[in-house]
Design a protein around this ligand. Structure first.
Ligand SMILES: Cc1ncc(COP(=O)(O)O)c(C=O)c1O
Length: 392
């Protein structure tokens, strides 16, 4: 059980806002803020390089913390500036050939889709979109039927940016593993929200971000690459951190996942990310997930009761994100009216979620997203404000 009083006492932001934009960027606990500020302060006092050397154990700990969180080894982890760059560094490392096939699902994220299209346009490989099943999640049987020796990668978004869906990642992992096809899992919205173990899922590559459900600092992200795959992936960018210049003019690429990192990095953020992971593990991911599901399902049910409000989430398992439209009110106007009452939500437009929104004729939606530190009263406040927005 989450100790709500304690987690709210740890979260200074709850004094100021009703924060229901956790799928955007969650409110960090003070432990994370303190760690980042303290590191920045130390850089100002003794110098950036000197602070990094003095506190090496703190930023090195981040790799251990992420490895523990994911069920991975520390040398399978790279820490980078965001989830998109993490995903790109792995994806662009594949050498696709004409005729190769890449499978993706309807939950695909806009930036991933753009990269998929960029690479397939250049290489002559193709993208195929696996349909959803009747519940709205990826159809695992259809995916299995599409797998053959020409499929070189399956890209799966675990939890999409635009809805509460939780895709059946472990079921997908079972079929990709059986077929020997690498599974690239975008876990940006799931990490910190629900239990994610790379071995239970059977994914080979995973990308994540600091600022969302992990409650870490902005400008932090990470990549997991399974040991056996690391040295088979040629990073699209190399520098003197990812590789070493040799006397004969050649270079040698690192053997661990840090080959996907680059030299200059946000040390304060890296320290803060480790503290965020420690905090999440101390709170308990399972307990957090239980509370998130309870809060979100109540919110979904109560919004669905309001006249003119349509809740859009589909899927057999639903998580933190509750997406909806309000009749006759543009999403940005709903957001503006809620913001006037210090309630934070965000707006999703079709360009963020074409494979999901376009076939359903959706142009935009309001996205609210709970975290375990939200209170039941905050859910009531949002529901009342949406009710009020219609009659304003
Ligand atoms: C599903 C999904 N993937 C990837 C990203 C990108 O994460 P970042 O902004 O850290 O690059 C997001 C961000 O919203 C997301 O929702």
């Amino acid at each position: 059980m989450i100790d709500l009083e304690r987690v709210r006492a740890d979260t200074p932001g709850v004094e100021h806002v009703v924060h229901l934009n956790n799928a955007g960027s969650a409110l960090p606990p003070r432990q994370v803020v303190d760690a980042v500020v303290e590191h920045l302060q130390r850089e100002a006092e003794i110098g950036g390089y000197e602070a990094a050397a003095e506190r090496k154990d703190r930023w090195e700990h981040t790799y251990d913390a992420l490895a523990l969180l994911l069920g991975a080894d520390r040398d399978e982890i790279a820490v980078v500036e965001n989830a998109t760059r993490a995903w790109d560094m792995a994806f662009y490392a594949f050498a696709f050939q004409p005729g190769d096939r890449i499978l993706t699902g309807r939950a695909e994220y806009a930036s991933n889709w753009i990269a998929l299209k960029h690479v397939t346009d250049r290489t002559g490989a193709s993208i195929e979109v696996v349909p959803d099943d009747e519940s709205g999640q990826i159809d695992v049987a259809a995916l299995e039927r599409l797998l053959d020796e020409r499929v070189k990668l399956v890209s799966l978004v675990h939890v999409p940016t635009q809805s509460g869906l939780v895709n059946p990642a472990a079921a997908v992992g079972r079929v990709t593993r059986a077929a020997g096809v690498p599974l690239l899992l975008d876990a940006c919205q799931s990490i910190g929200q629900l239990p994610v173990d790379v071995n239970e899922i059977g994914c080979d590559i995973l990308s994540g971000t600091g600022r969302k459900f992990l409650r870490g600092p902005r400008g932090t992200g990470f990549l997991y690459v399974r040991r056996e795959l690391i040295e088979r992936l040629d990073p699209p960018l190399l520098d003197m951190h990812a590789a070493e210049w040799q006397p004969d003019g050649s270079y040698r690429i690192r053997a661990d996942a840090r080959r996907f990192e680059n030299w200059e990095t946000y040390y304060a953020g890296k320290v803060g990310l480790g503290v965020a992971v420690d905090y999440a593990l101390a709170i308990g991911i399972e307990d957090g997930w239980e509370r998130i599901q309870a809060l979100a399902s109540r919110l979904r049910a109560e919004l669905a009761e309001l006249p003119g409000v349509t809740v859009l989430d589909r899927g057999a398992v639903l998580g933190a994100t509750v997406t909806f439209t309000v009749a006759d009110l543009p999403a940005a106007e709903v957001q503006r009216r809620l913001a006037a009452e210090r309630i934070n939500v965000s707006v999703m437009d079709a360009a963020s979620a074409r494979l999901d929104f376009d076939p359903r004729g959706l142009e935009e939606a309001v996205r609210s997203s709970v975290h375990y530190y939200n209170s039941d009263e905050e859910i009531d406040v949002l529901v009342d404000a949406v009710r009020g927005a219609r009659t304003d």
